[in-house]
Design a protein around this ligand. Structure first.
Ligand code: B12
Length: 220
């Protein structure tokens, strides 16, 4: 299977959409872990990003790779969802890409997986102003605010959203989880979020633990 992963990466980097889709099809058929396929695509896109940064690739390559990724996500979706079905009361999540950032491929993956695990997702889309995020937390009573950041300007919006939560007396009862390529544990600390991860499975586990802890506390 290692070989397939290399070929998939190669196809991404050479902008060969159909080749990439065919490889994914084969990997699905041979029962590869959909998360592993996703991880390989993510790595390829990171390399494409680096080539963009050094001027070897242009915006058109970024756009093309995003489209290939979208097509692959669509193919993987049923496999990500059928992993283990859960009751549909895992918790309510307000999810968005904060203002200044329009990347959404990772957000959509995580949101889809959370939905499949029983979370109710209010997907606010991309470039969402902090005020709108906090309004939605207030309106829905969601205990979780999930934010996806791929570019550094998004940090300013995350910080603003967290301080707005505080101002509105919502900070205590809101679990703020961040993810997306540019986030790190260090960024989490600085921004004052509660959790950070790039791993969708871990994100689900963290959110579930939070909900369970809260419901235990409220019944005591
Ligand atoms: C595809 C892409 C685009 C596409 C986005 C299409 C779309 N619909 O999203 C397009 C072409 C539109 C684009 C535009 C731009 N991009 Co761009 N883009 C990328 C690229 C190549 C891949 C990103 C991606 O989708 N990866 C795949 C996904 C699955 O990975 P992911 O988002 O990290 O998600 C995973 C985890 O992080 C996690 N996750 C994601 N969200 C969340 C949220 C939570 C709560 C949790 C728990 C987990 C989680 O789950 C996912 C599964 O593993 C990156 C390169 C890189 N290193 O990331 C550059 C990159 C992010 N882009 C970059 C730049 C500079 C831009 C532009 C400014 C370019 C320009 N000059 O116009 C614009 C940005 C405009 C804006 N205001 O946002 C830079 C950012 C640099 C920085 N640090 O600020 C990067 C890093 C490239 C680079 N190295 O220079 N881009």
């Amino acid at each position: 299977m290692g070989n397939m992963e290399d070929r998939l990466k190669q196809a991404f980097l050479e902008m060969k959409r159909q080749v990439a889709l065919d490889i994914v099809e084969k990997m699905i058929h041979s029962d590869a872990d959909p998360l592993l396929i996703l991880g390989t695509c993510r790595e390829a896109m990171e390399e494409i990003g680096n080539k963009f940064e050094t001027g070897e690739f242009f915006l058109s390559e970024l756009i093309h790779s995003a489209e290939v990724f979208k097509a692959i996500s669509k193919m993987l979706e049923p496999h990500l969802i059928s992993r283990e079905e859960q009751e549909d009361t895992a918790g309510v999540v307000v999810f968005g890409t904060p203002k200044g950032d329009i990347h959404d491929l990772g957000k959509n993956i995580v949101a889809t997986m959370m939905k499949a695990q029983g979370f109710r997702i209010h997907d606010m889309g991309v470039d969402v102003p902090p005020e709108r995020l906090v309004e939605e937390v207030q309106r829905t009573g969601a205990p979780i605010l999930a934010l996806s950041a791929l570019i550094t300007p998004a940090f300013v919006s995350i910080e603003a959203a967290i301080s707005l939560l505080e101002k509105n007396g919502l900070r205590e009862r809101t679990f703020v989880i961040i993810g997306g390529g540019v986030t790190t544990e260090m960024a989490r600390k600085e921004l004052g979020a509660d959790a950070q991860t790039l791993d969708p499975t871990k994100a689900i586990r963290l959110c579930r633990h939070y909900i369970e802890r809260e419901s235990r506390l409220s019944t005591q």
